[in-house]
Design a protein around this ligand. Structure first.
Ligand code: PLP
Length: 417
């Protein structure tokens, strides 16, 4: 049976009593520890760590990381505005977006850094700001991701300028008198040092073609094992050959590149847990399955339905009592057959039971590894379920509310007629 990652059974019960469920809890200690690990990433000529805020953009999280010296990667103009509203100076924000914001000019005026992710975006930036410095996001032609849907490099990915178009990119820079000072490639490289080594090789080939580049950004994608059997990235291990590659490049070219990484998952994934409650137990007969229905689901945690992602599920009895074991399918509260918390690994269409403590109505199920892409990427509002509350478990043991449970009427407040 799984044990809890950072909560105690009594804390789970007291949080649920005080704040209701479902409720996200983030561990300040783990967030700080992860940020320190990123800030210690091997880089011979300077390092900037940008938190990919789409993973979890709650203001208290942004402020904590800003205070620790992190910068931020924004995936839309709205994320830039959200970070600025949290008090983060625009100079610490970098935009790499699929869609350009309507107010791009205003954000550039404020001091935000910009990476063009397509030839058209170079053209737009050059028209708005001829003669300025920009970054270019390239697709180096290599893919590596946990699943096809998390793969953000290679020919099947639309992210970034295809590597073979570097001359076209150079022509556009020349046309607008722009200089490219940063090369960016985020392919979601995972935990394999050999893949990171290949990515830096391909990215340095691009840097050679752009003589004004001073900053090299390899993006995020440092894999984190949420389940005990899944591999996690050791930043020192993958960083060592990257550092060596930058040193060799400096010896060869005289160019000492400032290094940047943009972790999202790595910083927050395992620092978040969701406390939910068992609403019901149903079964489909002797040849069928036993199901636990929770008061959460894809409205808080969509990754299992989307990718067949696995999250630890720990049953916490509503009061201490001896329990046997059970093998159950855990499902969410939406009227949607895809709302499953125990799909087969990598296959959201198939069910896979979990061995857990026997659960009863009113017990808690703590869903772990939900810091990244859960509160920020879910179907909140579907079936008119409001967004869940978010709490910070502080280093001193205090629990503070960092996001209130959404008032349900907010869901229909903008409707007219
Ligand atoms: C999403 C994203 C990241 C973070 O990816 P993780 O897998 O969460 O580390 C970093 N950079 C860019 C440009 C991104 O779009």
């Amino acid at each position: 049976m799984e044990s809890l990652r950072f909560l105690e059974p009594d804390t789970v019960r007291s949080i649920a009593r005080d704040h209701g469920s479902p409720v996200f809890v983030y561990s300040e200690a783990l967030l700080r520890q992860r940020a320190e690990e990123c800030l210690a990433f091997p880089a011979p000529f300077g390092l900037t760590v940008r938190y990919a805020m789409k993973a979890l953009p709650t203001r208290a999280i942004l402020k904590l990381f800003a205070e620790m010296g992190l910068h931020f990667d924004c995936s839309s103009g709205f994320e830039v505005e959200r970070a600025m509203a949290a008090g983060i100076p625009a100079e610490r924000l970098s935009l790499s977006a699929q869609e350009l914001p309507d107010n791009l000019e205003e954000l550039l005026d404020a001091g935000m850094l910009f990476n063009a992710t397509s030839l058209q975006q170079i053209d737009v930036a050059g028209t708005l700001r001829p003669g300025s410095k920009i970054g270019l996001r390239f697709n180096p032609g290599l893919g590596s991701g946990g699943t096809n849907r998390t793969n953000v490099g290679g020919p099947a990915s639309s992210f970034g300028i295809w590597n073979a178009y570097s001359q076209k990119a150079q022509d556009l820079l020349t046309e607008h008198n722009l200089s490219c000072v940063r090369i960016h490639s985020h392919i979601g490289s995972g935990s394999d040092p050999a893949v990171w080594q290949r990515v830096i090789g391909l990215t340095l080939d691009l840097v050679r073609q752009f003589p004004e580049v001073t900053h090299l950004d390899l993006g995020g994608g440092f894999k984190v094992g949420r389940m005990a059997e899944e591999a996690s990235t050791d930043l020192q291990v993958i960083g060592a050959p990257l550092k060596q590659a930058l040193e060799e490049f400096a010896a060869e070219s005289g160019r000492k590149l400032h290094f940047e990484i943009e972790p999202g998952t790595y910083l927050v994934a395992n620092a978040g847990s969701l406390i939910s409650r068992v609403q019901d137990k149903v079964d489909t007969g002797e040849e069928g399955y036993r199901f636990l229905r929770l008061d959460t689901g894809m409205t808080d945690v969509l990754r299992p339905s989307l990718y067949g992602a696995q999250h630890p599920l720990v049953l916490v009895p509503s009061e201490e009592s001896p329990r046997g074991e059970d093998h159950v399918i855990v499902v969410g509260h939406c009227c949607e057959s895809g709302d499953i918390l125990t799909p087969s690994p990598g296959d959201p269409e198939a069910l896979q039971g979990r061995d857990m403590l026997e659960g009863f109505i009113g017990d808690y199920v703590v869903i772990e590894g939900v810091g990244a892409y859960c509160a920020s990427m879910c179907t909140r509002g579907y079936n008119s379920f409001p967004a869940s509350a978010e709490l910070m478990l502080q280093v001193d043991g205090q629990v503070t509310l960092i996001r209130k449970r959404q008032e349900p009427s907010v869901l229909w407040a903008d409707e007219l007629g």
